[in-house]
Design a protein around this ligand. Structure first.
Ligand code: ZN
Length: 246
């Protein structure tokens, strides 16, 4: 591992290249927005921040500005970390990685068995915050950002301003299904809202999910024709249909 600039969101530890050198990558997992390169005694914990990317090069071109880290594999390929804004992270997480301070308070993955109606019901009984903000809280469930929270609540027919603890178990069950179907559709359509998104081969991804609520303030609801309303919650835009989301 060659670290050319340590100044990411947290400084890349001085001893990280020594820790990873010579180890075998058993597998690569993802937890929330963190990538975990499993290296036996620990994991290389990577976060792409807002603008970071990892590209795998069979023979890397000369370094460009913002190429901060190279990991050279036995095959000769180079995994290169590029990050203009340097909000990403590259850290060491000893086993068990789930106990790392950045990971241990995270809620379940939305596609995991742990995320079901019973779980969400228990997790929300004491929460008076609006259900939309609760759904976007990483301690409750990870992976549900602003767009997906808006769309999931539309699909579940739940008003985003409803206090989380007032949403019934039946409706929370519908919300779990809606979160999964919304995310699954978005993944299938290519995933990202960022125009500069590229995958590890450098191919762009396009987000083409047809929104029901998000970004449609004032337009007729695709289901009932009522005007979509827009409010702000926690500094973010919330859009909902007053008739479909009572
Ligand atoms: Zn409607």
């Amino acid at each position: 591992m060659h670290v050319y600039d340590r100044r990411l969101r947290w400084p890349v530890p001085d001893d990280l290249p020594v820790k990873v050198a010579g180890r075998i990558v058993d597998r690569i997992d993802r937890r929330s927005k963190y990538l975990l390169f499993r290296l036996g005694a620990g994991s290389l914990l990577v976060h792409l921040g807002m603008t970071g990317s990892l590209r795998l090069w069979s023979s890397p071109p000369p370094r460009r500005p913002h190429d901060h880290v190279d990991i050279v594999l036995d095959s000769g390929a180079t995994l290169r970390y590029h990050d203009p804004r340097r909000f990403g992270a590259m850290l060491w997480a000893p086993e068990p990685a789930d106990a790392h301070p950045l990971l241990r308070a995270l809620g379940p993955e939305p596609f995991s068995r742990d995320f079901d109606a019973d779980y969400l019901w228990r997790a929300t009984r004491h929460r008076s915050a609006p259900i939309k903000l609760t759904l976007m809280d990483n301690r409750v469930v990870v992976g549900v950002g602003n767009i997906y929270a808006n769309e999931s609540l539309f699909r579940a027919g739940i008003r985003p301003t409803t206090a989380a603890r007032r949403v019934s178990r039946v409706r929370l069950g519908r919300l779990v299904d809606a979160v999964r179907s919304t995310l699954a559709d978005a993944i299938e359509k290519g995933g990202s809202t960022l125009r500069d998104y590229v995958d590890s081969d450098g191919k762009p991804g396009y987000f083409q999910l047809d929104y029901f609520a998000y970004g449609r303030a004032g337009l007729p609801c695709r289901v009932c024709g009522s005007a979509i309303r827009s409010i702000r919650q926690g500094g973010r835009a919330t859009a909902y249909c007053p008739r479909c989301q009572p």
